[in-house]
Design a protein around this ligand. Sequence first.
Ligand SMILES: NC(=O)C1=CN([C@@H]2O[C@H](COP(=O)(O)OP(=O)(O)OC[C@H]3O[C@@H](n4cnc5c(N)ncnc54)[C@H](OP(=O)(O)O)[C@@H]3O)[C@@H](O)[C@H]2O)C=CC1
Ligand SMILES: CC(=O)N[C@@H](CCC(=O)OP(=O)(O)O)C(=O)O
Length: 340
Amino acid sequence: MIRVGIVGGTGYTGAELLRLLARHPQATPAVITSRSESGLPVAEMFPHLRGRLDLCFSEPDTGALAECDLVFFATPNGTAMKSVPELLERGTRVIDLAADFRLKDPALWERWYGMPHQCPDLLAETVYGLPEVNRDAIRNARLIANPGCYPTAVTLGFLPLLEQRAIDPSWLIADAKSGVSGAGRKAETNLLMAEVGESFKAYSVSGHRHLPEITQNLQTFAGIEVGLTFVPHLVPMIRGIEATLYARLTDDSLDLAALYQSRYAGEPFVDFMVSGSPDTRSVRGSNDCRIAVARQGDIVIVQSVIDNLVKGAAGQAVQNMNLMFGFDETLGLEALAMLP
Ligand SMILES: NC(=O)C1=CN([C@@H]2O[C@H](COP(=O)(O)OP(=O)(O)OC[C@H]3O[C@@H](n4cnc5c(N)ncnc54)[C@H](OP(=O)(O)O)[C@@H]3O)[C@@H](O)[C@H]2O)C=CC1
Ligand SMILES: CC(=O)N[C@@H](CCC(=O)OP(=O)(O)O)C(=O)O
C-alpha cells in the first residue's frame, strides 16, 4: 500500500481523486490539503466519503507531503512548481494535474501562463502523462505532467491519422466543447447557472492556453510539424468534453476503422466505435475516451469524448500512478459511465 498526498483536496479534480482513491486497493490518501478548510473532516465536506476516509484537511506543508510516496497537485497553474523541487529531492514522486510541467519550452510557458517558470531545469526530465503514447517512460518517472482535458481528447483523436501520415498536417481543426466543471469550483459570475444554462458559446477564440500543449503533443508524438486551429466552447452540462476534429485525407484508400482499431487495440481506456457518434454521457464518471471516425469526401471527421474530470484529469492521474508503482493500470478505474 502506498501513501499519497493531495494538494487542493476541495476542488473538483481533488474531490475526483478522493472518489477514485477511496476505493483503490493499493493507495491510501494520507495528506489532503486545503488552505480554506484546514481542520475540517474531509467526509464532512464530501458526505459520499463518510465511513470511507477518516482524515481532516490540513494546510499545505511540504514536510508532511514529503512523507508520502506520491503527491498529486490538484491546484491552480503555477502552484506545484513552488514545491516540486523539494519533494523530488526528498524522494517523493509527483503528478501535477495543472499545466506547470506540460510545456517543454519555458518561454512558451511564460507567454501563455503569464509568469516565469520557477524550475525550468525539471522540464526535460518531466514525462507527459498520456499512457497511450508514453507508457514506458511513465513507469520510471519521478515527475508527471498530467495532460490537460482538451489536449487529452484532441490528441487521442488525431494521433492515429498523424502517425500514419494519412492527413495534411498543416490544416487541422479541433472544435471542442466542455462542461462547466472544467472551469473548477471557484465562484465566478460567468459560471452561474443563470449565465451558462440555456446558452452555448465559444471562448478564447483567438488563442486558448491548450493550443500550444496540443500542438506540442501532435508534433512530438507524430514527429511532424502541424498547423492547428483550436476553438473551445462552454456547454450547459456539468461534466464532459466532446471534440469534433477535421482534417484533409491524403490517402483516399485508407481504411479508417482498421487504422483506429489497430492503434488502440489493447488500450484499456480508449474505445473505438465503428459506427455512430459517441456522446459524453457514455463516458460520464468513467476513465474512457470513446472515439468514432467518418468522412465527407476527402475530409475526415473524428469525434472524441471524455469526462474532463476523469480521463481529462483525476482518472488519468490515477492511471499514471498505477503505472509508476507497478500496479495493474486499471486499478481503481473500473467504474462504468452513469446513465442517464
Ligand atoms: N476541472 C477540470 O476539468 C480540469 C482541471 N485541471 C487542472 O487541475 C487543477 C485543479 O483544477 P480544479 O480542481 O478544477 O480547480 P478548483 O478551483 O476546483 O480547485 C483548486 C484547489 O486548489 C486549492 N488551492 C488553490 N490555490 C492554492 C495554492 N496557492 N496552494 C495550495 N492549494 C491551493 C484550493 O483549495 P484552497 O484554496 O482551500 O487551498 C482547491 O482545493 C487546475 O490547474 C486545472 O487547470 C486539469 C484538467 C481538467
Ligand atoms: C470549461 C473551462 O473553463 N475549461 C478550462 C480548461 C480546463 C482546465 O482546467 O485546464 P487544464 O486542463 O489546463 O488544467 C478552461 O478553458 O480554462
